[in-house]
Design a binder for this molecule. Structure first.
Ligand code: SF4
Length: 327
């Protein structure tokens, strides 16, 4: 079945959906295709709910008593959560097929030693990309997967560990995928050149990553400055399985309290406009690291990552700024 540019495996979908009270869960980009999937299931004798809550990744699950199984379409699983999902979750990845020869457009931007990284829809092509680069004289490295990633070479917006593990051996990272969030995060985490090969556009982005990173850094610096006079901090903890960092939240509360300011722990799964009318001067998000970065322009009050809080409280130097990661 085709969803936007991506293919999903219909047979596996039917196999996973058999004989259970199921719900399907889709990332935002696939929500317009929800009825196509529900109709397909119904034509095959399967009635399913649509779980229309947020779906930002395999991390984004809380427990549901009303259903027996969730089928998450589009994402790859987070292996360390396999036994923790309640109810069980089956992941049916969306895949985008492409001809790897467009990577020749990236050659002029690459050093001889290349670290290959990617995200779910393109992971199945990584081996072919590696062979293509090797055939063209490059030495190619792919880092081992982490407990949060399903594949060697896969990175998440909150986990660059497979890339960092090979960082010392390579000249350039080549990111196969779309969007700038992952490559910019990787650039900030590794301080290495990151080139993007976007298989959908068949386009290469090289200079743009550093520029984008500089833009984000400037905004983050301004966000920290905005929080400088904050006295009352709200530390946001998510109940989502792969985003819950209670220990970190407690550590941050202690740190803030020791600095003579006040910190409060808040349980909040999805950050929304209520943060502007709650009585805190500044928020620290221990949930998905993307929230503070992606949504920063939506709210009046500053939202910082744990690393930015350390900078605010003089526990870390600005020169050592990093993207927050959940490892
Ligand atoms: S970046 Fe955020 S949404 Fe993506 S896997 Fe990490 S915590 Fe989940």
């Amino acid at each position: 079945m085709k969803l936007k540019y991506y293919e999903i495996d219909e047979e596996r979908l039917l196999e996973e959906a058999k004989g259970k009270k199921i719900a399907i869960k889709l990332p935002e980009g696939f929500i317009p295709y929800a009825t196509k999937i529900l109709d397909f299931l119904e034509e095959n004798g399967i009635k399913a709910f649509l779980l229309a809550e947020s779906c930002y990744g395999a991390c984004d699950f809380v427990s549901y008593k009303e259903i027996e199984k969730i089928i998450c379409i589009g994402e790859a699983e987070m292996p360390y959560l396999r036994k923790k999902y309640e109810p069980e979750v089956a992941f049916i990845e969306a895949r985008y097929d492409f001809d790897v020869s467009f990577l020749n457009k990236a050659f002029k931007f690459l050093g001889k030693k290349v670290g290959l990284v990617s995200i779910t829809p393109y992971m199945h092509k990584l081996k072919e990309c590696k062979e293509y680069l090797e055939k063209n004289g490059y030495e190619v490295f792919i880092g081992k997967k982490s407990r949060r990633t399903a594949y060697d070479g896969q990175i998440l917006g909150c986990d660059f560990s497979s890339a960092i593990s090979i960082s010392n051996y390579i000249d350039t990272f080549l990111f196969i995928g779309d969007g700038f969030f992952h490559p910019v995060g990787l650039y900030l985490a590794s301080k290495k050149n990151v080139v993007v090969a976007n298989p959908i556009e068949k386009r290469i982005y090289a200079e743009e990553i550093k520029k984008e990173a500089d833009k984000i850094l400037k905004k983050r610096y301004a966000m920290i400055a905005k929080a400088m006079d904050a006295e009352k901090f709200g530390i946001i903890v998510s109940r989502k399985l792969g985003q819950k960092r209670m220990e970190l939240a407690r550590r941050l509360k202690k740190l803030i309290d020791e600095k003579g300011k006040k910190a409060y722990l808040i349980i909040l799964n999805d950050i929304d406009e209520k943060i502007d009318y709650m009585e805190f001067d500044c928020y620290i998000s221990t949930a998905c690291p993307r929230v503070a970065i992606d949504d920063m322009d939506k709210y009046e009050k500053p939202i910082l990552t744990p690393i930015e809080l350390e900078i605010l409280l003089n526990e870390r130097k600005w020169e050592n700024y990093e993207f927050d990661q959940i490892l």
